[in-house]
Design a protein. Structure first.
Length: 281
């Protein structure tokens, strides 16, 4: 009977460990206030550009958010799973381009946003160019300012189908900032997967630059602006946050517990053996 009790406790402990979120917890980092128009979006975003609700949701889901950085180095991307490049006019240096390329090549995920401000498009393009994707933000503008202005394509992708649901065919909020040009950025989907549009504008594209590497979510009219704060915002749509979290948490599928299946198999065999022994008594 003691053997059965030990086996039962062992299984309970293992299942509790496997069921917890710690094994799949992720670490995110973004630019700091000096390098990002909205500030350090995960910590001290400025006014209407704040990503406060988004930050809270990420932390509630047991992920870690590190302080923003002013430069990309191997050290400040070490142990980071997702790098968030928000609306920035920073052009990557050759050294930073190499760092980001190696980050994605070894499995890192990147979210890159740009509004219609040309300097931000150039910055976002420097990110994509560092990954061998070319200048995908073309400067073409259009679309609408609406809580339902965006539409997800009927395509299965890390963003459209994930931890927070199936968003295919659903809407997302689009926002036009008043302090810049009043239209959104177009992204050329060549070499990527078009997953979201704002009217006729291709506003959301996923890339996988390296066959065995990480993923990139490129967004025009950063649909994070004003949209992650609360339902009180006139442009708020829950699907914006769901899409970002779907993409972010798709990274978890790459994080595994190596011996989990083997241990479960051994425990199952052990339980059966103990059970058979008890049945024979």
């Amino acid at each position: 009977m003691n053997k059965l009790l030990i086996m039962t406790l062992s299984i309970s402990i293992l299942l509790e460990a496997l069921g917890g979120n710690s094994a799949g917890a992720l670490t995110l980092r973004s630019w700091n206030s000096a390098n990002q128009r909205g500030g350090d979006l995960f910590n001290d975003g400025n006014g209407a550009l704040l990503y406060g609700a988004f930050r809270s949701s990420i932390l509630e889901r047991s992920h870690t958010i590190l302080p923003g950085v002013s430069t990309l180095t191997e050290a400040n991307l070490a142990d980071v799973d997702i790098f968030f490049h928000g609306t920035s006019s920073t052009i990557l240096t050759p050294t930073e381009s190499t760092v980001l390329r190696n980050f994605v090549k070894t499995g890192g995920f990147v979210i890159v946003e740009s509004d219609s401000n040309r300097s931000e498009q150039n910055s976002a393009n420097s990110v994509l160019e560092s990954l061998g994707l070319g200048s995908r933000y073309t400067g073409v503008v259009g679309g609408v300012n609406s809580p339902t202005g965006g539409m997800f394509k009927n395509i299965v992708s890390p963003t459209t189908v994930g931890a927070l649901g199936d968003l295919r065919g659903q809407t997302f909020g689009t926002s036009l900032a008043t302090d810049i040009e009043s239209m959104v950025t177009d992204i050329t989907p060549t070499g990527g997967t078009l997953i979201g549009t704002n009217g006729s504008i291709r506003s959301m594209v996923e890339f996988q630059p390296f066959a065995d590497g990480g993923q990139v979510l490129a967004v025009g009219d950063p649909y994070g602006f004003n949209l992650f704060q609360s339902s009180d915002n006139s442009l708020f749509n829950h699907n914006n946050q769901k899409a970002y979290i779907n993409f972010i948490e798709s990274k978890q599928s790459e994080i595994s517990v190596p011996e989990a299946s083997m241990l479960l198999g051994l425990l199952t065999l052990g339980t059966c053996a103990v059970g058979n022994k008890l049945n024979k008594k």
